[in-house]
Design a binder for this molecule. Structure first.
Ligand SMILES: Cc1ncc(COP(=O)(O)O)c(C=O)c1O
Length: 411
């Protein structure tokens, strides 16, 4: 796809000029690769100069169904022409079907619609504390929540309060109390941290930001058992792992584990707009009464139309199957690279954390070299690269991207 510069709206700037403008006028809370996207289609992004890149990151799973997926864009256009925003002061004809169908997809009966992932996590924390106080009987202001080391659940003040990543925390205190951090994958440590004040355990079934870390096979089932035995809510943050990415609707499905609450986001917005949700049953989400929680945009008709489309697409099972098949190919090619510049590969489905030999350069340098060869991925924690392309990717495109990766490792 080429950009029609003649018909572009407003002045046309080069990539360099765009990057300078962002440097000068946007807060420096990111360090993006020097690629300025102008258009995108499927797995391909085109920059303002017309260079094409294979997007092997998919907006950290927000673009699971491909850039400008036709079914999703059709739903957006249809909804744009009918109704976009009401706030929750009124009903819309989109919210009920969205909540009903999303709850059913997750095997639950109720949804709390929000916008960003961090908001969904914040909301789940509030719900768990309220449930703990009102239902479990934990004394007011005593509720504790157990989380895992290496977690990433977002950037709000409460969420960074239980991060163990110093760069996410430094200078942002004072922090919200009430959280205990235990090693990820260690069910005994989890058991030791739970006491009478514990209202919830909050974990990512697979830790994305930590480098796509898959826990031992018995971990999630054991955590489920611990939570049930101690009358503690199990909350699975599936914002990055859920909605097809791992080859199942929800990553927890791989272990046959059903938490009390799911947090969902990213792909729920179809790569178009922020849509997030907490999904659970009435006995937990029902603790919220009018006035106790809310969001002007949460559950808006446009978001609900997009979310409904995503839910109906996942209802076919096509995306989960495709992620499984394409993921098997991705992982088989990546594991062949172990020993040739790659030291370890982790992940499930179309999601891989790839540790690169630090002697070859930093993860960031690797990403820059890959971008020069037309492949976009992002580094995490030093020398780990994350591959999570849109699920529409083909075998040939995976091969091409990994051929470029092999060349970068050799250079
Ligand atoms: C597991 C998980 N939870 C929460 C979030 C936060 O989502 P958002 O950036 O939409 O606030 C992320 C984002 O990467 C995530 O990976």
């Amino acid at each position: 796809m080429s950009i029609d510069l003649a018909n572009a709206v407003g002045p046309v700037y080069s990539s360099g000029e765009h990057i300078t403008m962002v440097d000068d006028h946007a807060a420096h809370n990111y360090s993006p690769l020097p690629v300025v996207a102008a258009t995108a289609d499927g797995v391909w992004i085109t920059d303002v100069e017309g260079n094409r890149y294979l997007d092997a990151l998919a907006g950290y799973s927000a673009v699971n169904f491909g850039h400008r997926n036709t079914e999703i864009i059709a739903a957006v256009n249809d909804q744009l022409n009918r109704l976009t925003l009401t706030s929750r002061a009124f009903h819309s004809d989109r919210l009920g079907p969205f909540c009903r169908d999303l709850a059913a997809l997750c095997g639950k009966d109720m949804v709390l619609p929000m916008n960003t992932g961090a908001e969904a996590v914040e909301s789940a924390i509030k719900v768990a504390r309220k449930w703990g106080t009102d239902v479990k009987g934990v004394p007011t202001d005593q509720a504790s929540i157990v989380v895992a080391a290496g977690n990433f659940h977002g950037r709000t003040t409460t969420i960074v309060s239980f991060s163990d990543d110093e760069s996410a925390r430094r200078g942002f205190g004072p922090f919200t109390p009430g959280f205990r951090i235990v090693p990820f994958g260690d069910a005994d440590a989890m058991a030791a941290a739970i006491d009478d004040t514990t209202v919830a355990v909050l974990i990512e079934p697979i830790q994305g930001e930590a480098g796509v870390v898959v826990p031992p096979a018995d971990y999630l089932p054991k955590v489920r058992e611990l939570c049930t035995a101690a009358n503690v809510l199990m909350i699975c943050d599936e914002i990055q792992s859920g909605l097809g990415r791992t080859g199942e609707t929800l990553a927890s499905d791989h272990w046959g584990v059903v938490p009390d609450l799911y947090t969902l986001g990213k792909a729920l917005g179809g790569g178009v707009l922020p849509v997030s949700a907490v999904v659970g049953n009435n006995d937990v989400l029902g603790v919220l009464a009018p006035g106790e929680h809310g969001s002007t945009f949460g559950g808006n008709p446009l978001a609900a139309a997009v979310g409904s489309t995503v839910v109906s697409m996942l209802g076919t099972g096509y995306w989960q199957d495709r992620a499984r098949v394409m993921g098997a190919h991705l992982h088989s090619r990546l594991s062949d690279m172990v020993g040739s510049g790659v030291t370890a590969v982790r992940g499930l489905g179309l999601w891989a954390g790839v540790d690169v030999d630090p002697a070859l350069g930093s993860g960031k340098e690797m990403c820059k070299k890959l971008a020069q060869r037309g492949v976009l991925v992002k580094d995490t924690h030093g020398s780990t690269l994350r591959f999570a392309p849109p699920i529409v990717i083909t075998i040939d495109e995976i091969d091409w991207a990994l051929d470029q990766f092999a060349k970068v490792l050799k250079s």
